[in-house]
Design a protein around this ligand. Structure first.
Ligand code: NAD
Ligand code: WQD
Length: 346
């Protein structure tokens, strides 16, 4: 039986781009996804791009029997664990769903892995675990912060759980990847981010203003201590993020314990700079209005990617302009994401 990589959440935004990257690298992939925020269409499009479609198992990481069955049926070499819920605002309204999916789901997954003798894991964490650090850029040794929402806490709890697990048994080899702000889409325009309902994040919202779904963008505050008063973030192309997973898995293949790497570009842009870059890339205007700050937002958040560069030989290669061009191509080709329905214009 060929060894495979299990990708939980592989039908979602980052998981689908990483699935493609792994297939292109010649790996066999099995995707486990409950499709609460993912689409089987993404996997069909992956096949169009690389000639191979991963097997999709529709199921929940909270369901131990599905996990055990999967590990019994397939010879899994390692797991990339993307599955989870990711909306900060929703996590405040529905904390139990976040602790259940993100914490309990990860715990279930680790139990099933141990039962099957699979000890290599790459976990999708977030720069959100740093809270609001005093200094930029953020290195991995900056203490994790005082978190203000259940989503962030769920990620930090899983990080701690994974450390305890690795401390208890030297067979575990775990990569914790702290993503900064993933944006963009595959350059083909065939796969990309397909947020359900009103997007929470800046770039999907900007793209949906440009396509005519919303009339204007609300910019959350212009009184931060930054270049132009708007928030600064480290936007990273999703394809760079995907390649980081390949490098991280290679790196943990022959070690043990927990390794933590930031995946960011090392450059921060303000909201207004991002809007301008998007307007240049799309040739469309993005009307916006300054409103008050969004609770919980920090002024600045950008990475030092030096550790990933040194230890993984990984570098983000796509610049902001490419992120915007690729996002716009995806949005134009797929005005309603993977849904075949026509777009409702305002
Ligand atoms: P996404 O919602 O597009 O993908 C997550 C996928 O997991 C979806 O396909 C969803 O259907 C699936 N899923 C959710 N709960 C599941 C469950 N209980 N069982 C099985 N499948 C389940 O999100 P994404 O942006 O691709 O994020 C992937 C991971 O990266 C998440 O863990 C997220 O917290 C983390 N992350 C995302 C960002 C970001 O801004 N996108 C930043 C930092 C970290
Ligand atoms: C970026 C900037 C906003 C929307 C979140 C999570 C984080 C991670 C990535 C998962 C900020 C401003 C936004 C809008 C705006 N996700 N903005 N108008 O908040 O940096 O990070 O997503 O792990 O955990 O917290 O990303 O895209 O929401 O915001 O002005 O309509 O854009 O204030 O400065 P954020 P974002």
């Amino acid at each position: 039986m060929t060894e495979k990589i299990l990708i939980t959440g592989g039908a979602g935004y980052i998981g689908s781009h990483t699935t493609l990257e792994f297939l292109l690298a010649g790996k066999e992939v099995v995707v486990l996804d409950n499709l609460c925020n993912g689409s089987p269409e993404a996997l069909l499009r992956i096949e169009r791009l690389c000639g191979k479609q991963p097997e999709l198992i529709i199921g929940d990481i909270c369901d131990a029997s599905i996990l055990n069955e999967l590990f019994d049926k397939h010879r899994i070499a390692a797991v990339l664990h993307f599955a989870g819920l990711k909306s900060v605002s929703e996590s405040v309204r529905e904390p139990l769903a976040y602790y259940e999916n993100n914490v309990m789901g990860s715990l279930n997954l680790c139990k099933a892995m141990a039962r099957a003798g699979v000890y290599h894991l790459v976990f999708s964490s977030s720069a959100t675990v740093y809270g609001d650090p005093a200094q930029m850029p953020i290195h991995e040794n900056v203490p994790t912060g005082a978190l203000t929402n259940p989503y962030g806490r769920s990620k930090l709890i899983v990080e701690q759980l994974l450390q305890d697990l690795a401390d208890s048994d030297p067979r575990w080899s775990i990569a914790i990847l702290r993503y900064f702000n993933p944006v963009g889409a595959h350059s083909s325009g065939l796969i990309g981010e397909d947020p359900q309902g009103t997007p929470n994040n800046l770039l999907p919202y900007v793209a949906q203003v440009a396509i005519g779904r919303f009339s204007e963008l609300a910019v959350y505050g212009n009184d931060y201590p930054t270049r132009d008063g708007t928030g600064v973030r480290d936007y990273i192309h999703v394809v760079d993020l995907a390649s980081g997973h390949l490098k991280a898995l290679q790196a943990i293949e022959s070690t043990n314990g927990v390794k933590t790497w930031n995946l960011g570009t090392g450059t921060g842009y303000t909201v207004l700079e991002v809007i301008k870059a998007f307007e240049r890339a799309s040739g469309r205007q993005v009307p916006y209005r300054i409103v008050s700050r969004r609770p919980g937002d920090v002024a600045e958040c950008w990475a030092s990617p030096a550790k990933a560069a040194e230890e993984l030989d990984w570098h983000a290669v796509h610049d902001l302009e490419t992120m915007m061009i690729d996002l716009w191509r995806w949005q134009l080709k797929n005005p309603r994401g993977y849904s075949p329905q026509a777009i409702q214009l305002v």
